[in-house]
Unconditional design. Structure first.
Ligand SMILES: Cc1cc2nc3c(=O)[nH]c(=O)nc-3n(C[C@H](O)[C@H](O)[C@H](O)COP(=O)(O)O)c2cc1C
Length: 724
């Protein structure tokens, strides 16, 4: 519920302010170039930090007829307003040691002045400024709600930088860029609000109040001659040589009037917080004085454009999916009740397929969210389709279900059937469906019609197996039309089979593919294949061997794609699309890498072992059933075994010591701790069961580390996983 409130507010505020945010981010991105172009002019002298103010005053007095003021910019350039000996008035950049002119201070270019005006007020003067202030405030809300959504999605702030599971690239990069740019965007928005509030005099009064400095005998409160130029912001020279005229000195935090002959501070006033905050806001909002910050602001403004695009795409997709469920009948007149738990709407698509199938055989179906569970006068069966969200939690429209279920007394005996929608890439696979199943199981009014079926990543195959189960257990035989789920891989290329091995005792084979056209890929990327007459894309992890793709595939009895590939002859071609999987590429900076896999999870490592440079220490651990299982990889691995930087360990689960990869890791406890403490990266590829086993062992081992925990390893990106 809380999650959906954040989501709705995030979406609503973004939708309201979209056009103006678009304008602000484009113009903001352009304006980020202004401080960059200023900073690269480089009027800063090399020993700027050593120069004293009095040195500069002396040389200026020698070089110019009269000096009005000097000012130190945030780039450490020194500007001076002077009268030259030929009587002209100039504002120039000077060398503070020699007093020489380095260049003219030019007014803001007409282009930047035009864009600044537009960015500040949309050319609408005060009304525009007010509007921009409101939009900045809305942007603050968007970033705050975004922060909560991201934290929830990642399973807490601690896991902020752990692997992003989303497969859709727009959604994926919305999350990835969000983790990096939410904070700079929030700073931009907050400082924008502050600067607008200042313009409209909404901030407390910040007038300066000078107090006269009273000296005890001999006391020196500031040695004017030693004051460094880097400590000052501005110095206004005395109006005349008369003793009562003084220097007006602006330091970082206060203003002082200083006696022009003896350097004594006559009076001073500290800047109020409001003034200091205004200055900081200006610097942070415009990037003045720091090329790095200006670049961050530039990329943040551009990332806002991406957020708008990907956010819009996600919202349209969600709205479409939510609208999918057909018109519902009256709850008390229906034989079937279909209850849905969904966060982003994909479960609704499956629900509508099932609902249509029931309607096509003349059955009345009442459809509702799990949160709306109630009594049903005529219902014979309740079917629950529910996703799992967060960390094994209920999706937002099912959060109240457990409570309501305990309060509602069913009117009659009913059958029930639960279908869980989830993803094996999450540790608590379909956990909420398990919880719902337990509730029904323990209730005396309900009898199980079909066992709980879990659908991994909206797999049509899994859904079809539930369809079969339903048809076997029910008198009503249904035909579910899955055509609406038809997918097509994007940017497909043609691949030719250049080699294929026979199936080994594990029904596993290797297939080598050559792209017909130039295709960029790397070991760890994924190959998406839509087999003929199928509507579901299958993904295989790629090993790059020279310029070919090597896949290691286990042929499943009813596996459509693995069967299709296992029957491919050398020379045959088919279409597929490479999908980048940046998060599972060979780490570039690690000095030590542990490659841990089982079964066909070995694939990306076959290429990575070749790719790893000789100065990188690699510990390769693979688990298979028998020595026979190992044989198809033997040639490749034996070549690598000779490299001195690679250590190979193999665990056989069905012969020899009957070991698993996690047993090898457990036996190497000291090495694991030392490696991880020295920054090693552990890469895991293979089954979820292996991932679970390895994670448990690592968790146990790391209890003996003085500095690291498993959570820390994950947040340091020292653990990369690609398990299925
Ligand atoms: C942020 C997030 C968290 C998720 N957490 C889990 C989880 O803990 N367990 C699980 O099995 N699936 C999890 N999933 C996968 C979803 O349950 C799965 O994609 C489901 O099909 C989504 O259905 P919906 O679109 O109807 O919400 C998660 C997905 C996301 C985006």
């Amino acid at each position: 519920m809380v999650g959906s409130i954040w989501r709705y507010s995030h979406f609503l505020v973004a939708a309201i302010s979209a056009i103006f945010l678009l304008i602000a981010s484009v113009s903001g991105a352009i304006l980020a170039f202004e401080p960059i172009s200023q900073s690269i002019q480089d009027y800063k002298i090399s020993d700027f930090n050593q120069v004293t103010l009095s040195e500069t005053i002396v040389v200026l007095k020698e070089n110019y007829e009269e000096v009005l003021d000097i000012e130190v910019s945030s780039d450490d350039f020194v500007k001076a307003s002077v009268f030259t000996f030929d009587g002209s008035s100039e504002t120039i950049y000077i060398d503070p040691i020699t007093g020489e002119k380095l260049g003219d201070v030019k007014p803001q270019s007409s282009f930047f002045s035009f864009v600044t005006n537009f960015h500040r007020s949309l050319f609408l003067k005060s009304i525009g400024r007010g509007f921009v202030g409101i939009i900045s405030f809305l942007l603050c809300i968007i970033t705050i709600t975004g922060l909560f959504l991201l934290a929830e999605r990642q399973g807490g702030l601690k896991k902020w930088f752990t692997k992003v599971q989303e497969k859709d690239w727009g959604q994926r990069y919305h999350v990835i860029l969000g983790r990096w740019f939410l904070i700079p965007i929030f700073i931009l928005a907050l400082t924008g609000v502050y600067l607008s509030a200042e313009k409209f005099s909404l901030l407390p009064n910040n007038d300066l109040k000078h107090t006269t400095v009273k000296y005890e005998t001999g006391e020196i409160i500031q040695d004017f001659t030693k004051l460094k130029l880097s400590e000052i912001r501005k110095l206004v020279f005395p109006f005349s040589p008369d003793e009562e005229d003084y220097f007006e000195l602006t330091l970082q935090d206060k203003e002082q009037f200083v006696h022009q002959y003896n350097g004594k501070v006559l009076s001073e006033a500290s800047f109020p917080f409001v003034t200091l905050a205004s200055r900081l806001s200006m610097t942070l909002h415009t990037g003045q004085g720091s090329i790095l910050w200006s670049l961050i602001l530039l990329v943040s403004s551009l990332s806002m454009l991406f957020f708008m695009y990907s956010g819009l795409k996600m919202s349209i997709k969600r709205i479409r999916k939510k609208k999918v469920v057909l018109k519902v009948d009256d709850k008390d007149s229906c034989d079937f009740v279909l209850l849905i738990g969904s966060e982003t709407g994909s479960t609704n698509v499956f629900a509508s397929i099932f609902q249509r199938a029931l309607k096509s055989v003349g059955k009345k179906v009442f459809v509702a969210s799990l949160n709306d569970y109630s009594t049903y006068v005529n219902a014979k069966q309740i079917i629950v389709f529910t996703a799992t969200y967060g960390n094994g939690d209920a999706p937002s429209n099912a959060r109240k279900f457990q409570k309501i279920f305990s309060e509602v007394s069913p009117l009659n005996q009913m059958k029930y059937s639960i279908v869980g929608f989830g993803s094996k890439s999450y540790p608590n696979y379909c956990q909420f469906a398990d919880e719902v199943q337990n509730l029904f199981k323990q209730h005396p009014n309900f009898v199980e019609a079909t066992r709980l079926v879990k659908i991994n990543d909206q797999s049509q195959q899994d859904f079809k197996s539930w369809e079969k189960l339903w048809n076997a257990s029910s008198e009503i035989k249904l035909q579910m039309d899955l055509s609406v789920l038809q997918q097509k891989p994007k940017r497909q290329k043609t691949f030719e089979v250049v080699e294929r091995t026979l199936l080994n005792s594990d029904n596993t084979f290797l297939i080598t593919l050559r792209p017909k056209k130039r295709t960029r890929f790397q070991s760890g990327d994924l190959l998406n294949i839509l087999p003929p007459e199928s509507s579901t894309i299958r993904q295989y992890s790629i090993s790059k061997c020279e310029n070919d793709i090597l896949l290691s595939i286990k042929k499943h009895d009813k596996g459509v794609c693995s069967t299709f590939l296992s029957e491919m002859k050398v020379g045959a071609t088919f279409k597929g699309a490479v999908e980048k999987n940046e998060e599972f590429h060979l780490p570039k900076k690690a000095k030590e890498i542990w490659m841990i896999s089982n079964g066909t999870g070995i694939t990306p490592f076959l290429g990575m072992l070749e790719e790893a440079k000789s100065n990188v220490k690699v510990y390769f651990i693979w688990g298979g059933r028998t020595f026979e299982s190992y044989k198809i990889y033997k040639n490749k691995l034996e070549e690598i075994r000779n490299n001195s930087n690679v250590k190979l360990s193999i665990a056989y689960s069905k012969e020899q010591d009957r070991n698993y990869v996690q047993d090898i890791i457990e036996s190497e406890e000291r090495e694991v701790i030392t490696a991880l403490e020295n920054g090693a990266v552990f890469m895991l590829c293979g089954s979820v069961a292996m991932q679970k086993g390895v994670t448990e062992v690592l968790e146990k081992i790391m209890q003996n580390s003085a500095t690291l925990t498993l959570d820390k390893i994950e947040s340091n990106a020292q653990m990369l996983t690609d398990c299925y």
